[in-house]
Write a protein that binds this ligand. Structure first.
Ligand SMILES: NC(=O)c1ccc[n+]([C@@H]2O[C@H](COP(=O)([O-])OP(=O)(O)OC[C@H]3O[C@@H](n4cnc5c(N)ncnc54)[C@H](O)[C@@H]3O)[C@@H](O)[C@H]2O)c1
Length: 253
């Protein structure tokens, strides 16, 4: 593992073993950041540290959470320039089948973990004049059947972004990214063997394909950096145009 010195900016990325999370860690690392990743799935042999931890339990405030927080604080060495809240789960179920556990697991991971991480690391973020990038989803704005729990969690994450951007200004910026379909394990799991469905989905985007994880990661890096110094409370779409598209089956003459 390469040693990065204390004058380098530091980023914490959740869900670092997943598609967009790993791509984000990679682009931050290439841009010269000291990268701290975290994921509940172990991942090894990377040039940066990825802690093995489940952030869904952060609200418990127990010894395991405290030990995780302290590990991050030690690695961050007093300042955190960027926190990327990327980890999420996606439960797809009809309304009749949704359980209390589905709600709590989803909200704990997709919405509350970002809040607890921001709350705990606020001193480090303030010390660095840092920023938060929350990875929301196109489902925060437009959605479809059986996405009630996921879409609600992402809509709330955009609301959390706005609310925290006001209270944390002017020292800490808080923005969200709104990706549409991106080629990651989460998306592919949803399609299983239905590769044709994946192609149809790509075609549905005005840019005629789904995103590559690094295309989302580059926008995350931009929002975290000095070029985005006047951006806070924003929700930036990276969606191949699908959010602008009216899916009207009537073809005009
Ligand atoms: N892939 C898409 O099409 C798409 C579209 C819009 C938004 N997003 C969002 O992008 C983000 C990344 O998604 P992805 O597609 O890369 O998914 P992914 O499943 O490839 O990666 C998510 C990672 O988060 C980790 N994770 C989940 N719960 C965790 C927990 N409690 N503690 C620690 N780690 C946990 C998983 O282990 C996984 O490695 C998510 O917020 C997702 O909602 C994805």
């Amino acid at each position: 593992m390469e040693t990065r010195t204390n004058d380098m900016p530091t980023v914490l990325v959740t869900g670092a073993a997943g598609g967009i999370g790993k791509a984000s860690c990679d682009v931050f690392f290439e841009a010269g950041y000291r990268v701290i990743g975290v994921d509940r799935r172990p991942i090894e042999d990377l040039p940066y540290e990825v802690l093995h931890f489940d952030i869904g339990g952060l609200g418990n405030g127990d010894a395991a959470c405290e030990s995780f927080y302290q590990q991050v604080e030690e690695l961050a060495q007093g300042r955190l320039n960027a926190l990327v809240n990327n980890a999420a789960i996606q439960i797809v179920k009809p309304i009749e089948a949704i359980t209390r556990y589905d709600w709590s697991e989803t909200l704990d991971t997709n919405l509350l973990a970002p809040f607890w991480l921001i709350q705990r690391f606020l001193p480090l973020l303030r010390a660095a004049g840092g920023c938060v990038v929350n990875i929301a989803s196109v489902h925060a704005m437009v959605t479809k059947a059986e996405f009630t729990v996921y879409a609600t969690s992402k809509g709330a994450l955009v609301a959390l972004t706005r609310a925290m951007s006001i209270e944390l200004a002017p020292h800490v910026r808080v923005n969200a990214v709104i990706p549409a379909a991106t080629d990651t394990p989460m998306l592919r799991d949803g399609f299983g063997d239905n590769l044709e469905g994946l192609e149809v989905l790509g075609d549905y985007h005005p840019l005629k394909r789904i995103a590559r994880p690094e295309e989302v990661a580059q926008i995350v890096l931009f929002l975290a950096g000095p070029q985005a110094s006047f951006m806070t409370g924003a929700a930036v779409s990276v969606d191949g145009g699908i959010g602008a598209c009216l899916h009207d089956p009537v073809v005009a003459r």
